[in-house]
Ligand binder design. Structure first.
Ligand code: SF4
Length: 287
């Protein structure tokens, strides 16, 4: 696989990689760096805008665990970026302040849902009670008219429940359902024997859920197998270090540069190609 060098990366994922309230055993984020410093993260947001990216995705250890996420999101929005935040939902309190933030500033908010019930989902997320929290948050987001996305990681552990999950997702009516094949990556590689799923098995499960959802819901689904993210969007840790999913090895991230390097955009463009077509469409109607 090679990057499409005719197209530049348009989105940056900014990961808070210090800690997370969940402990998903397959998580790829290496939670061992120093604390996020507000002035550094603010500088990263400004830098992403000045390097002419179009979209910022705040993710990693939950962005809502930082009280200043509101200021960061508003700053990104004011700089002209599409603002996307992925959250596990625990820190996303259903407060008036968050309601206003979601309504006015966040263009797309993603929550995880890995199974049709607490048995499957909580097992995947290694967190008892998380399914109930996510369902409450999704219904709240729906009720306030937010554009929300459901993120599902598919591994050998939950693949058999995917078709049943499809019925829940249809009823929750998200803006998009992003379905990711489990990747043996970073710290998450230690559980690859439990979660690894053959490509053919992944796609066969996707075919079954497409049948279940019917053609009228085709545009809802966005599917990413474990190879599709290589050399696409840059991932910036909260200290400014830039990585990309490696071309050479599916189970590793490749260091690119610091976002603050004078030649950062050139370094990113030399390695990262275009965003996946399916992911591009999720932002098209937002602009
Ligand atoms: S996958 Fe997301 S929610 Fe789970 S530990 Fe990693 S950052 Fe936290």
């Amino acid at each position: 696989m090679t990057a499409d060098f005719n197209a530049r990366a348009t989105r940056v994922v900014l990961n808070f990689s210090h800690r997370c309230a969940l402990n998903c055993e397959w998580c790829y984020v290496p939670f061992e760096t120093t604390r996020a410093q507000r002035h550094v993260v603010t500088g990263i947001v400004d830098r992403i805008a000045s390097l002419r990216f179009q979209t910022i995705t705040f993710g990693g250890g939950d962005p809502f665990q930082y009280p200043y996420i509101r200021d960061l999101a508003e700053r990104a929005k004011a700089a002209g970026l599409i603002v996307h935040i992925d959250t596990h939902g625990k820190s996303l309190t259903q407060s008036l302040a968050n309601r206003q933030l979601v309504s006015k500033t966040i263009d797309l908010i993603g929550l995880p849902l890995d199974g049709p019930n607490s048995n499957v989902h909580d097992d995947m997320r290694s967190s008892s009670g998380h399914f109930d929290i996510v369902m409450r948050r999704l219904r709240w987001l729906n009720s306030i008219g937010a554009q929300f996305k459901i993120n599902t990681v598919v591994s050998r552990r939950n693949v058999d429940s995917l078709a049943e999950l499809a019925m829940h997702v249809r009823d929750l009516a998200p803006w998009r359902w992003s379905i990711y094949q489990y990747m043996s990556l970073g710290p998450g590689a230690r559980v690859s024997t439990v979660h690894s799923l053959e490509l053919a098995e992944f796609h066969s499960a996707i075919s079954r859920l497409r049948e279940k959802l019917g053609s009228q819901n085709e545009s809802l689904i966005e599917v990413s197998d474990k190879d599709s993210r290589r050399l696409t969007y840059p991932i910036v840790h909260h200290d400014g270090t830039v990585f990309v999913h490696s071309k050479e090895r599916v189970d590793s991230l490749q260091h690119v540069c610091s976002i603050f390097d004078p030649q950062a955009r050139q370094a990113i463009d030399e390695i990262c190609g275009a965003e996946r077509a399916a992911a591009v469409t999720r932002y098209l109607a937002i602009r």
